[in-house]
Design a protein around this ligand. Sequence first.
Ligand SMILES: [Zn+2]
Length: 196
Amino acid sequence: MRRAEEIRDTAERVLERLQADRLPVRPADILRRCRRTRIYTYTQAEDALEMDPAEIERISGGADAFTLRFEEETESSYIVCYRERGNPARLNFTLAHELGHIVLRHDGRSTAEEREADLFASCLLCPDEALDGLDHPTADRLARLCYVSRACAEQAVRRREKDLPPKRKNSRLAKYIRAYVENGERHLLRWTNEKR
Ligand SMILES: [Zn+2]
């Protein structure tokens, strides 16, 4: 497994480049903005990839998402497919995990890579600014701010207790979190998973 710090820093760089100023993080939007990357629901993938539902299920191996990588001359391109039904917070984590496989340039699906993608998702969805901005955050408060499952929030709190040393600050995100706290821990915009 790569160093946790390196994975955290990669997640922070993605946030700074593609969604620096608010929570919750929207990995679906980030994926749409990534170069050479397309994102489809399983239903959309049936048309786009000309596959029948059984074939998509077979490729997914029953998972809620999968990523196809196509090798081209100098670069890879990616198609991320996801199951549309289910809990939106869980879907958010699933898509952040798939984004992790892409940006960490994984080429297989080893246990180590799966753990790296999970850590990436936790760092992306619950960035350090969220932990700092809530000042002694509980998993419940963090889960509400970051729109993640309680399990993901617990993992983020543990990540902080454990090791990672402090890093540079994302001030735009910190400003959003201050406004959220001052607003009685209510989001300033309504969360939606819809494409904007
Ligand atoms: Zn995975």
